[in-house]
Write a protein that binds this ligand. Sequence first.
Ligand code: S3P
Length: 186
Amino acid sequence: MVYNCVQGRKVVKMTIPSRIYLTGFMGSGKSALGAEIAGALAYAFVDLDSHIEESVGLSISDIFEEKGELEFRRLEQEALAESYAWSRIVIAVGGGALAQIQNMEEALQKGLVVYLSASVQTLLQRLSGSDTIRPLLKDNLDFGDLMARREPVYKKAHITFSVDNLNVTDAAEALSQRIVSYQRDG
Ligand code: S3P
């Protein structure tokens, strides 16, 4: 997307990357925030888990149950590869997708990656109010441990944005600004 930006007394043409990936732990608000950001930038929005569910014809929890986590991870990688051909789009990816270093490195080349960071307390609070069935939460998941393993990879994102203490509207406004100024200021 090309837009005009005033720098001093000059108006310069700036571009926003065609693909914006939102990553982060379950409960960080990737889908809700992604839809808002897409609206603000006049981009399309895709939730990659919903895309996988539609292509396979099974819910994420049924994929885990019937095909296993390994097959889910393969489908996730396949969907990510498919997304590299999409444009003018915000893509919310499942929490495990860009926690894999190869996937993260590829996504960093193909688009702008945003990590939505949140404290364990915020995440647990949000997940307790969610209706989505998350297979990983069924087996007494050690949340802090998984978070500690994933965070070093998440932090390779171009932008780390903390969603603690922010509602969706305020977070979307602040993050849209960060995305636009990231292109300008790096
Ligand atoms: C997962 C997160 C889920 C979903 C699947 C696995 C994970 O997506 O992809 O249950 O490994 O963290 P959300 O992050 O949207 O909950």
